[in-house]
Design a protein around this ligand. Structure first.
Ligand code: HSE
Length: 302
């Protein structure tokens, strides 16, 4: 049944999880909520919370573009007007999948408002076409821990139910665009580094599935992206070491950064404090988020 108003909630995500570069991501209990209302003309986006005053309020908005992309790709006549009211908890450009929330929000709202029966796989594919990388969108859509791979033009994704674990996210106040963070990576890597990551990526899945913090501490390390990206975050390397010193089983860059994510075994505040204090030595103030993983993915309601 067609409707003229719909609410979409999409979680933050943390991609890579150390060794799972472009292949792993998990959903976090931090949400962007958007109410879409069809109008007779004009596209307008109203943003409250994270990103207020920084996000395009019109047709250039990523959520609006994703919304209209759905109609274009399925050859359906698009609505002539739309109002989106966003209440955002996910910080922009942070490595917590805020653009994935916008892309999925737009696509899922278009699906609900058009009544077109797109499958979850089709939504995922459109989201990947817009986003470029499948990890964040898969975790945000499916919830839990997502494992993804490209197969020609298709994205293959599976969801693993997670043990609920606490995640400390520390977000340094600096810009690190994903494009720049990707440009810093080598085009080729030594076979031994690829092998180093392969086993660890599989073990990270097992550790997170079972909430096995000891295993996580042994396997959440990376040689494909993190060493290069840490150079771009002043105090980043020391902050990850400090997190482990303060009782985190593991600590890594979240997605393409600049956020850092740690998995504490004890007091999460202590871990956050230790990380923030290392960053502040490099004159980099940072925000902290004490979160937990979630098995819930994006949802659509009235
Ligand atoms: N896997 C991506 C990266 C995350 O590390 O560049 C951004 O989608």
């Amino acid at each position: 049944m067609k409707r003229d108003k719909v609410t979409v909630c999409v979680p933050a995500t943390s991609a890579n999880l150390g060794p799972g570069f472009d292949c792993l991501a998990l959903a976090l209990d931090l949400w962007n909520r958007a109410v879409f209302t069809l109008k007779s003309s004009g596209f307008h986006v109203e943003v409250h919370g994270e990103g207020a005053g920084q996000i395009a309020p019109n047709r250039q908005n990523l959520m609006v573009r994703a919304f209209l992309y759905f109609y274009e790709r399925f050859n359906i006549a698009a609505p002539r007007g739309l109002h989106i009211h966003c209440t955002n908890q996910v910080p922009l450009g942070s490595g917590l999948g805020s653009s994935a929330t916008a892309v999925l929000g737009g696509l899922l709202a278009a699906q609900a408002l058009s009544g077109y029966p797109a499958s979850q796989q089709e939504i995922l594919k459109l989201a990947c076409e817009l986003e470029g990388h499948p990890d964040n969108v898969a975790a945000a859509l499916l919830g839990g821990l997502a494992i993804v791979a490209w197969d020609k033009n298709e994205v293959v994704a599976r969801r693993i139910e997670l043990s609920k674990v606490c995640a400390v996210v520390v977000l340094p106040s600096m810009k690190l665009p994903t494009q720049a963070a990707r440009a810093a990576l080598p085009k080729e890597v030594p076979l031994k580094d690829a092998v180093y990551n392969l086993g660890r990526a599989a073990l990270v899945v097992e550790a997170l599935r079972n909430g096995d913090m000891e295993l996580l501490s042994q396997c959440m390390d990376d040689r494909l992206h993190q060493p290069y990206r840490l150079e771009m975050i002043p105090g980043g390397k020391a902050a990850l070491a400090a997190a482990r010193g303060a009782g985190a089983a593991a600590a890594v860059i979240s997605g393409a950064g600049p956020a850092l994510i740690a998995f504490p075994t004890g007091d999460p505040e202590q871990v956050a404090e230790a990380m923030q204090s290392e960053l502040s030595r490099c004159s980099l103030p940072a925000r902290r988020f004490i979160l937990s993983t979630t098995n819930l993915g994006a949802s659509v309601g009235d």
